[in-house]
Design a protein around this ligand. Structure first.
Ligand SMILES: NC(=O)c1ccc[n+]([C@@H]2O[C@H](COP(=O)([O-])OP(=O)(O)OC[C@H]3O[C@@H](n4cnc5c(N)ncnc54)[C@H](OP(=O)(O)O)[C@@H]3O)[C@@H](O)[C@H]2O)c1
Length: 232
């Protein structure tokens, strides 16, 4: 069955690959782009986008843009290219704004691309990186407290190497490297398994075929998440 997926970060390294692969397999991806050039590039690949910026769009705007989608993927990021407040607005506050929009639009399946908490802990990193890590954690924390069918995927360091179609996927992995291609394929496999949710997964390059890796996790007996009130 065809899927329609709303991708925030659709012009980025992972997002563009997710959209392209979905389109190639007869599914549909759309999402907001803040630069017309990116929208034009994606249009040449048969991917339609909506002009938009997650920082300036309201929750209602985002809900309107995603209405009718089967799932939402957040894979945007300030990427250290913008000012620190962009890291707060995009990496930190973006996912919860998108989650509020998803609740409003009735789109339950929500995949957040986050980061290994152990990323580069063995190195001394600058303040911008530490802010990025704190904001990613804030976004995760807010998402798990929603009533959505959330999945958090933490990839290790991203590369642009061709995908291998194989990963090491699970609850806790060693922080290393993974291609954006393999992350995109992992996200798509998770999208194809909407009954797998309320789980935080780490993914790095590995030896298991992506379809099998996701199927293995589905085989686990994951207890239901406690009610939100129980966490208050
Ligand atoms: N780099 C790593 O090693 C690494 C490791 C673990 C996790 N991650 C996370 O993985 C995710 C994907 O990484 P990536 O390298 O594929 O990302 P990327 O290439 O930097 O793409 C990020 C995308 O987000 C979009 N974006 C930024 N601010 C936006 C806004 N206000 N409204 C709408 N779109 C906005 C960007 O749009 P523009 O094209 O207009 O800039 C860009 O298309 C990110 O969340 C990143 O933090 C990265």
């Amino acid at each position: 069955m065809e899927m329609k997926v709303f991708v925030v970060g659709i012009g980025g390294g992972v997002g563009r690959r997710v959209a392209k692969k979905l389109t190639e397999s007869g599914d549909e991806a759309t999402g907001p782009v803040r630069r017309p050039q990116v929208g034009n590039e994606l249009a040449t690949e048969g991917i339609s986008t909506v002009p938009g910026n997650i920082v300036t769009m309201s929750v209602g705007d985002l809900a309107g843009a995603m209405r009718g989608s089967d799932a939402v993927v957040f894979t945007a990021g300030a990427g250290g290219k913008d000012r620190p407040d962009a890291t707060v607005q995009i990496d930190g506050d973006g996912p919860s704004k998108l989650a509020a929009a998803a609740e409003l639009a009735g789109v339950r399946h929500f995949i957040l691309v986050s980061v290994f908490p152990e990323a580069w802990r063995e190195r001394r990193m600058d303040d911008d990186f530490e802010l990025y890590m704190a904001e990613k954690k804030k976004a995760e924390t807010k998402l798990v407290l929603t009533d959505l069918d959330w999945v958090i995927v933490r990839p290790s360091a991203l590369t642009d190497r061709p995908g291998a179609g194989r990963v090491d996927l699970g609850l806790t992995k060693i922080h290393d490297e993974i291609s954006r291609d393999d992350v995109a394929d992992t996200i798509i496999e998770l999208l194809r398994n909407p009954d797998l949710h309320h789980v935080i997964l780490e993914v790095t390059a590995g030896a298991q075929a992506i379809v099998e890796a996701v199927a293995a996790i589905k085989g686990w007996r994951i207890p239901n998440a406690p009610a939100r009130e129980a966490l208050a």
